[in-house]
Design a protein around this ligand. Structure first.
Ligand SMILES: NC(=O)c1ccc[n+]([C@@H]2O[C@H](COP(=O)([O-])OP(=O)(O)OC[C@H]3O[C@@H](n4cnc5c(N)ncnc54)[C@H](OP(=O)(O)O)[C@@H]3O)[C@@H](O)[C@H]2O)c1
Length: 286
């Protein structure tokens, strides 16, 4: 893996940050991108302090011109991207009816359109080199659609479908494609998806993001089509296909319970924010 240039999207937290640390330790040159520049720079400093190479390029991946600038800047600095880890993404806990349209558009822009566009932008460089590897982060939600993440699941189903076709397109050019589908991972995902910067509580049994980073490193060493992590979700994916009626019943109940839990967390957060404001001695008295 020595000195390969790897672009990791969504590197400011969670799975992306863990992957950047892991691959930099293996000797890869990592390009870190996301919107939060301070986080990217802190991570790059940490990687460099340990002898690694890191480049930070902040970008809002919902913006097509930012994606073009990103790949152009990498090619100018370090040459073609040899490994692309398409990881940036987010969800939103709400029924489809209650998901604001702007959120739907943004979720598709970040979770799937940016992924397609980045592939288009890096593949010419990989073809010139005659090698490359694209890792797309999907989710178990890309096989089992579970409310209240219906819209998010639709984006991840698209990631799984994209990866399958892409793998077949790019194989003759020596470019590998791997889709990685994690179950729940302990990251900032829940806080972002709850929409109020409150953490609605960890999903029991959530993975450490480093476990996903290790799976990515394994796939780079020994290319595979698909990884579902943890593997115990494989039977669940099969059951969803074989016995959809049973899963419909369970998933609907679970979805409603989770939404009630989120609503309670949102109310609690509002109450606490109000109390903090009332107890603040510096508050302005109207
Ligand atoms: N956590 C889970 O349970 C889980 C399970 C399966 C799959 N996944 C997938 O894993 C991937 C990583 O998520 P995570 O769990 O690590 O969550 P996370 O900690 O919230 O990380 C999400 C990353 O995406 C970046 N991002 C979001 N919107 C962006 C935008 N418009 N432009 C550029 N970057 C953007 C965020 O950076 P900025 O906010 O700084 O831009 C952040 O670095 C996602 O694709 C997610 O769907 C997560």
């Amino acid at each position: 893996m020595k000195m390969q240039t790897v672009l990791i999207t969504g590197a400011s937290s969670g799975i992306g940050a863990a992957t950047a640390r892991w691959l930099a330790r293996q000797g890869m040159r990592v390009v870190l991108t996301a919107r939060r520049q301070d986080r990217l720079e802190a991570l790059a400093r940490e990687i460099r302090a340990q002898g690694g190479s890191a480049l930070t390029i902040p970008a809002d991946l919902a913006d097509p011109s930012a994606r073009r600038r990103l790949v152009h800047q990498i090619e100018e600095t370090w040459g073609p991207v040899e490994v692309l880890v398409n990881n940036a993404g987010f969800g939103y806990y709400a029924t489809l009816e209650e998901t604001p349209w702007e959120v739907v558009e943004r979720m598709f822009a970040v979770n799937i359109l940016a992924m397609i566009h980045l592939v288009q932008l890096v593949v010419p460089g990989m073809r010139r080199l005659g090698r490359g590897h694209i890792i797309n982060i999907a989710s178990v939600a890309g096989y089992i659609s579970t409310p209240p993440l219906t819209v998010y699941s639709a984006t991840k189903f698209a990631v799984v479908g994209l990866s399958e076709g892409l793998r077949r397109e790019l194989k003759p050019h020596g470019i590998h494609v791997t889709v990685i589908s994690p179950g729940p991972v302990r990251t900032e995902f829940g806080r972002v998806a709850s929409g109020l910067a409150v953490d609605p509580g960890e999903v029991p049994g959530g993975l450490h993001p480093e476990a996903v980073a290790r799976a990515i490193a394994r796939a780079l060493r020994r290319p595979v089509r698909e990884i579902v992590i943890p593997a115990r979700y494989r039977p669940a994916i099969w059951i969803n296909r074989a016995l959809p009626r049973l899963v419909d019943w369970g998933a609907a109940r679970q979805g409603q319970a989770w939404l009630r839990h989120i609503e309670e967390a949102r109310r609690r957060h509002k109450r606490e924010a109000k109390e903090t404001a009332l107890n603040d001695p510096n508050r302005l008295i109207p």
